[in-house]
Design a protein around this ligand. Structure first.
Ligand SMILES: [Zn+2]
Length: 142
């Protein structure tokens, strides 16, 4: 099964980073497992990233004022080592405290984490594990 090597040719493939994928996956699909502080930190982190990416200083100020962490010393502390580290800490905490609640949907073929908990298609190797739908033409013979 070397198909994935061939299909990489000429394509801009993103390298699989288990840690980064786990961060994205857990925070995107299990926000309900965050503590209040973690959720606030996540909002502040989003706002900060948006603020950094906007060219308008007024907009950046507004974002920081609305969602920023400056009013909450706990959030400031949580984010003090940077957004990436904050997210990784939250993700590890969720995986540790809620191991039974988090379904890590892995590709049966390459064992990589796929895009969503319900995905049945692996974008890393192209493997698809959709259950076979019964063929309608067999039962619908009228
Ligand atoms: Zn796969």
């Amino acid at each position: 099964m070397n198909r994935q090597w061939c299909s990489n040719r000429g394509m801009d493939t993103i390298e699989y980073d288990e840690e980064a994928e786990l961060d994205k996956y857990v925070l995107a699909y299990y926000p309900n497992l965050m503590t209040r502080l973690e959720a606030l930190g996540q909002k502040a982190a989003f706002a900060e990233q948006k603020a950094e990416n906007t060219t308008s200083k007024a907009m950046a100020d507004k974002l920081r004022e609305k969602w920023g962490s400056q009013n909450n010393p706990e959030v400031v502390a949580a984010l003090s080592k940077g957004v990436e580290i904050f997210r990784r800490t939250v993700r590890n905490r969720i995986l540790q405290d809620h191991a039974d609640d988090v379904f890590l949907n892995r590709c049966p073929e390459c064992d990589k984490l796929v895009r969503t908990p319900k995905a049945k298609l692996c974008l890393w190797c192209g493997h698809s594990w959709h259950e076979k739908v019964p063929d309608k033409s067999e039962t619908n013979s009228q």
